[in-house]
Design a protein around this ligand. Structure first.
Ligand code: SAM
Length: 255
């Protein structure tokens, strides 16, 4: 693919093999093309490794955090389960939203949680709302420990942000989808790697070995879940395809 940006004629031209696609520069289509490339270059340059939430590093695209905040507001979970903790910023992010909503707990699972990150989360002003579990998210013992924290009164949202391979995410979906309450979601994050196989350092296998495919296959086999984009509480934008690391990630429990 080649891209030509002409700020004198206000035109964006996309050359893809034998085809040539022209769009007005100031258009939703041009924004989508530019932001897809922005997301891709940003992934390579570790753009998402430059943010923190209330003092803890959070490894997310800020656009995705705003979207998941919209879902937390509408679903009102009492428990958020997240696989993949790293520095704990996303756990503190979810804990802060639940605190603002009144109450709720966050459960984080990581196979390689560093002691300094555990300490920082536990000592954080919101640490009391977070439970950390060490181990692989697909280990049946770990899954049973998570389940033991839940009660039938809970509303449960699940975020899968650990190992993003097809096999692992499929295993997580099988293990955690049952915890999700009707109307809530399980989110298979970071499927964007499918489009990044040709990046320097990318792997051709990512085209099929990714979370988006795992979510699509899970939805096809499980009628209790539908692949949807969560409705936007406010949307006066002309842009339909927003920048995200989480394409095809949102599995809504419909019954
Ligand atoms: C992308 S980071 C998580 C980022 C974090 N959610 C945030 O927003 O800041 C992925 C984490 O998943 C963990 N991980 C990898 N494989 C795992 C597995 N099988 N089970 C649980 N955690 C795993 C890694 O140790 C790493 O800390």
């Amino acid at each position: 693919m080649r891209l030509q940006i002409d700020t004198e004629r206000n035109e964006l031209i996309l050359f893809d093999g034998a085809t040539e696609q022209r769009s007005p520069l100031y258009s939703a289509r041009a924004f989508e093309i530019l932001s897809e490339l922005w997301v891709k270059v940003g992934w390579h340059e570790k753009y998402s490794y430059g943010f923190s939430w209330l003092g803890r590093p959070i490894i997310q695209l800020p656009e995705d955090l705003i979207r998941v905040q919209e879902v937390v507001w509408s679903v009102r979970p009492t428990v958020i389960i997240e696989t993949g903790v790293a520095h704990g910023g996303s756990l503190i992010f979810y804990a802060s939203l639940l605190r603002l909503l009144g109450s709720g707990r966050v459960i984080g699972i990581d196979i390689a949680l560093r002691p300094e990150n555990r300490r920082a989360v536990e000592d954080h002003p919101l640490g009391g709302a977070v439970t950390l579990i060490d181990g692989s998210s697909i280990d049946p013992e770990v899954v049973a420990r998570v389940g033991a924290y839940l009660t039938p009164r809970d509303t449960v949202l699940v975020i899968l942000d650990s190992d993003h391979s097809y096999r692992h995410v499929s295993g997580e979906l099988a293990a955690y989808a049952g915890f999700v309450t009707p109307g809530s979601y399980v989110v298979a994050t970071d499927g964007i790697i499918a489009a990044f196989h040709d990046l320097p350092g990318g792997k051709s296998g990512w085209q099929t070995d990714n979370a988006t495919r795992a979510a699509a296959d899970f939805a096809a086999a499980n009628p209790d879940f539908a692949l949807v984009e969560p409705p936007r509480p406010f949307d006066e934008s002309r842009v339909r395809r927003s920048p995200t690391y989480w394409p095809g990630a949102w599995l809504r429990r419909v019954r």
